[in-house]
Design a binder for this molecule. Structure first.
Ligand SMILES: NC(=O)c1ccc[n+]([C@@H]2O[C@H](COP(=O)([O-])OP(=O)(O)OC[C@H]3O[C@@H](n4cnc5c(N)ncnc54)[C@H](OP(=O)(O)O)[C@@H]3O)[C@@H](O)[C@H]2O)c1
Length: 351
């Protein structure tokens, strides 16, 4: 959906009725514990911002939060969702950085974005430029930011250097491909095999992926042939864990770094001793929520990153991930698809 902010505001202003949200009162399987209910908005107060939510994705961390297995958990009952985009409809008297009609995204995790309207503190929101397409804005604050930081903060990379990643068709993976391509980096992208593999390979290549291979191909000796064309990777980005991570480590350059940001296989990372001793590889983790909290006082870094990402969006170098838009009332369909394998489309709840 490409909807400019003015049109979105007028469309949403026509919507009446009580605010509703996807609420859970206890942790458990999202399909069972989430309910779409009327909600009471808190008082706006002097520093509150009344937001009409427009669209919000279903990310793996949202699911883990509802299941109760995420690192930060809100007090219950809570509204699901950590990411999304909304329109400011009213502001408290002390609010200076936002005005009605502004497009906003969360500056922190745990806001509860799966609701039609909400009142958030001014400091919890970031203003988005009005020309950013709605789906890009709805999916910007988590995955592209994570990709941006991981490509910037762990290794000094120059054009022509290469990066390897698994879960390359994930939201993070698609952003890594595009941001890396914009920096002139070469990417080796690992995905799980599937019946329509070539379709996925073509899609990732159209985003700028240099090489796309399956987990099985990653384990074959012929994978080394890649390095006649491009250098061995200095950086590996691991969103899967298990064997997939071990195989990426084997291909890293001497003194390369592997950053683990997700564990979709739910398997631990096993490190070959030789990789530590003879290649001196470094293993680190990254968590966007922690980065945002570490940089909460001085928003310069965060705003700078959002500005850089918006510049890439305007240049057509960064697009929203492949999406499936689902009306809020059909949230059960979105939950099911978000947890199913090989779907390759981010579920976006339309409010
Ligand atoms: N650390 C951070 O700050 C941070 C930030 C953002 C995201 N994350 C994490 O990054 C991961 C990806 O998030 P996302 O929003 O980009 O995901 P997403 O768009 O929902 O995509 C999920 C990805 O995981 C893959 N996958 C699922 N189960 C798998 C398994 N058993 N083995 C291997 N791959 C599997 C899927 O591949 P198929 O198509 O083959 O099913 C797909 O590529 C999640 O773990 C998320 O929590 C972390």
């Amino acid at each position: 959906m490409r909807l400019a902010v003015g049109a979105a505001f007028r469309a949403m202003s026509a919507v009446q009725g009580r605010p509703r949200g996807l609420v859970y009162e206890k942790h458990g399987e999202p399909a069972q514990v989430l309910q779409l209910k009327d909600i009471n908005l808190p008082e706006m107060g002097a520093s509150g911002v009344h937001v009409r939510m427009l669209a919000a994705p279903v990310n793996p961390s949202d699911i883990n939060m509802i299941q109760g297995s995420y690192a930060v958990l809100p007090d219950l009952p809570a509204v699901g969702g950590n990411e999304g985009v909304g329109l400011v409809v009213q502001i408290g008297s002390n609010v200076t950085s936002l005005k009605p009609g502004d497009l906003v995204i969360p500056a922190d995790a745990g806001l509860g974005t799966w609701q039609t309207e909400a009142v958030f503190g001014e400091e919890k929101l970031l203003k988005m430029p009005p020309d950013i397409p709605l789906m890009c804005a709805a999916t910007l604050s988590v995955n592209p930011c994570t990709a941006f930081r991981m490509l910037s903060d762990f290794k000094t990379l120059k054009p022509g250097d290469s990066v390897i990643q698994n879960a390359a068709n994930s939201g993070v993976g698609q952003a890594v491909i595009q941001i890396a391509a914009a920096k002139g980096l070469k990417t080796i992208n690992v995905v799980r095999d599937r019946p329509n593999l070539q379709e996925l390979v073509d899609r990732l290549k159209s985003l700028g992926a240099d090489h796309v291979l399956t987990e099985e191909a990653l384990r074959k000796p012929e994978v080394k042939d890649l390095f006649q064309e491009i250098p061995k990777p200095l950086l590996a980005l691991n969103g899967v864990g298990g064997k997939s991570a071990t195989e990426m480590l084997r291909l890293l350059q001497h003194k390369g770094t592997m950053v683990t940001y997700g564990g979709m296989s739910k398997q631990p990372v096993t490190v070959p001793v030789s990789a530590l001793i003879f290649k001196d590889v470094k293993l680190c983790g990254f968590w966007m929520t922690q980065w945002k909290r570490d940089n909460a006082q001085n928003k310069e870094e965060l705003n700078g990153m959002i500005t850089d990402l918006c510049t890439l969006i305007r240049k057509g170098q960064l697009t929203a991930p492949a999406c499936q838009e689902v009306p809020l009332v059909d949230y059960q369909l979105a939950l099911k698809a978000s947890m199913a394998p090989y779907v390759s489309a981010k579920q976006i709840l339309l409010m």
